[in-house]
Design a protein around this ligand. Structure first.
Ligand SMILES: Cc1ncc(COP(=O)(O)O)c(C=O)c1O
Length: 370
């Protein structure tokens, strides 16, 4: 039989055809030598101790990595004072999110998240045959009552990014506790704390205390953001032992490579580097926000390493995006999130922020003259 005809008769599982593939910030531009302010990566990079240990370590590429990620889980457990058996490591927190959605939902189940929640939630739901449901947001912030009133008998998993990407807003401890308390106990709540390490506000909780209190709550974390290890793909989750054991059944046996395990352990031990980045990010975030505001654009409040900027309409934001590319600065369109008038901009080095601001000012001058 003709191969073309055969292929057209092979259909993916329901839901998969409707997925719009996730496109990273540098999609189409990976060779373009741009200043990348599009993917919320670290502008400082990993700890020098990580780089040194990767260069010196005696891992063997011909050997499988430790499938139990034992030493890494032990390092996480010591750092945060958590039971090592309640930690699962993954190939980025994306993988852990998929494992959780896959383990706890399936065809005709609903997976619930906030209207402007992280894009991968809907992809995880659809690729596992479940139905993605977005609860309305007000003022670009997850709304606890809206989430609660969107729960149905089919809801199996709720995902909340805290802080959220791309809005930069977060639920405080009181709001998060209310959510944890009110959600029926047969629904899994995933608190995705990918940006937790950047947040220093007293009213913030990464989710650890809620996992300790509520058996149906899981927290996910990543080494991609503050720790600057995005390319190694490393994330971890903290949950009840019961949930961790389910995740262990479903995950690939060697899902975290040896380099990522070595790097993660080193990264967690370099407090100076971590504190330096938190401080630097805060300084540069303020510089970025103030600079954009002084150009007359609205910047949403953010506690993470990026800001969401509002422009007067889609044509303006799209033209601004193109102009910035022409100046070698890559930012992120957020049309796929339903925010066509906005651009998301990652905190960069001071010289990168200066180039961005100068380019935005130039664009504004040209656009206003038209
Ligand atoms: C809110 C949120 N969750 C999860 C991730 C995935 O991170 P990773 O798979 O690199 O750990 C991201 C990445 O941008 C994110 O913004």
């Amino acid at each position: 039989m003709n191969k073309k005809r055969l292929l057209s008769q092979i259909n993916p599982k329901p839901g998969i055809s409707s997925i719009e593939p996730y496109k990273g910030g540098n999609h189409n531009f990976s060779n373009a030598n741009l200043i990348n302010l599009a993917s919320n990566e670290s502008f400082v990079g990993p700890s020098p101790k990580v780089v040194k240990s990767l260069n010196n370590s005696s891992y063997s590429i011909n050997r499988y990595p430790d499938g139990s990620t034992f030493l890494l889980r032990q390092a996480i457990s010591e750092r945060y004072n958590l039971d090592v058996d309640k930690i699962v490591c993954g190939c980025g927190s994306d993988e852990l999110i998929d494992i959780l959605v896959r383990s706890f939902s399936g065809p005709s189940d609903e997976v619930l998240f906030s209207q402007y929640g992280f894009l991968m939630y809907s992809i995880a739901a659809k690729s596992n045959g479940a139905i993605p449901i977005a609860a309305p947001e007000y003022n670009l912030k997850t709304d606890v009552h809206s989430i609660l009133s969107s729960i149905s008998n089919q809801t199996k998993v709720i995902l909340i990014a805290n802080p959220n990407n791309p809005t930069g807003s977060y639920l405080n401890k009181i709001e998060l506790e209310l959510l944890c308390r009110e959600i029926p106990k047969n629904i899994l709540l995933v608190i995705d704390s990918a940006y937790a390490e950047f947040v220093t506000d007293d009213d913030y909780d990464s989710g650890i205390s809620f996992v300790n209190k509520f058996d149906n709550v899981v927290m996910t974390r990543t080494f991609s953001k503050l720790y600057g290890l995005a390319s190694l793909r490393l994330g971890w989750s903290y949950s009840s032992k019961y949930i961790a054991e389910i995740m262990d059944k479903v995950r690939q046996p060697f899902n975290v490579n040896s380099l990522a395990q070595i790097a993660g352990i080193e990264a967690l031990g370099d407090f100076d580097h971590e504190n330096f980045i938190v401080k630097k990010n805060k300084e540069n975030l303020i510089k970025l926000k103030n600079g954009i505001e002084s150009l007359g654009f609205e910047v949403m409040p953010s506690v993470a390493n990026f800001v969401l900027v509002k422009f007067k309409n889609f044509s303006y934001s799209a033209s601004m995006y193109d102009y910035l590319i022409s100046k070698k600065v890559l930012v992120r369109k957020v049309t796929a999130y339903g925010l066509p008038d906005y651009l998301r901009i990652t905190v960069g080095k001071i010289e990168e922020i200066n180039l961005l601001l100068q380019s935005m000012q130039e664009f504004k001058n040209v656009y206003n003259e038209k």
